[in-house]
Design a binder for this molecule. Structure first.
Ligand code: CU
Length: 179
């Protein structure tokens, strides 16, 4: 019995090292996902999501186009942005100082939605809701952060930030004009 205890004691450093390694292996994925902000996500079919985007484009298109895509100026609140190989659609024109909820979803393969320090994995069949409050001098760049094929590295988009139309603060509106 004493011999057995001594044998265990002799192997204690090895045991502790093994335990620490197991703890690290289990813990590391948790670290990776913990430091990402979490956003609400809901299930929606790609067809239903495309219908939301199309309705927004129909109702709030500015008439302008960029890269063959309509430029859309939706009111503050819910805004729909779809990811597909290899673009974010449509081009969003948002007002500085207003609050938006960006509903983002992929309609084909896995994509990533990266803007500022937000990074969300887009899985087809689900939309993620990201709060978005552009500042007057912001020129937000959206990038795909998940490899999605040949032109993944070109999958970027600008959000056009414009002065608020009925700006409560005119100075803020003027500053946003210098984008
Ligand atoms: Cu990509």
């Amino acid at each position: 019995m004493a011999d057995a205890m001594a044998a265990i004691r002799g192997r204690l450093p090895l045991l502790l090292t093994a335990l620490a390694l197991v703890a690290l292996m289990v813990g590391m994925p948790t670290w990776r996902y913990d430091d990402r902000p979490e956003f609400p996500r809901y299930a929606i079919s790609t067809d239903a999501f495309e219908a939301k985007v199309d309705a927004m484009v129909r109702d709030h298109s500015t008439g302008a186009e960029e890269d063959g895509m309509p430029v859309v100026h939706p009111p503050p609140g819910d805004v729909y942005l779809l990811a597909r190989r290899w673009q974010f659609y449509p081009v969003l024109e948002l007002e500085a100082g207003r609050s938006y909820r960006l509903h983002v979803a992929s309609v084909d393969v896995l994509h990533g939605f990266h803007v500022g320090d937000v990074d969300v994995l887009l899985v087809p069949g689900a939309a993620t809701v990201v709060p978005f409050n552009p500042g007057a001098s912001d020129r937000p760049v959206i990038q795909c952060s998940e490899f999605c094929g040949l032109r993944h590295n070109r999958m970027t988009a600008w959000v056009r930030v414009v002065p608020a139309t009925a700006a409560p603060d005119q100075h803020q509106g003027a500053a946003a004009g210098a984008r």
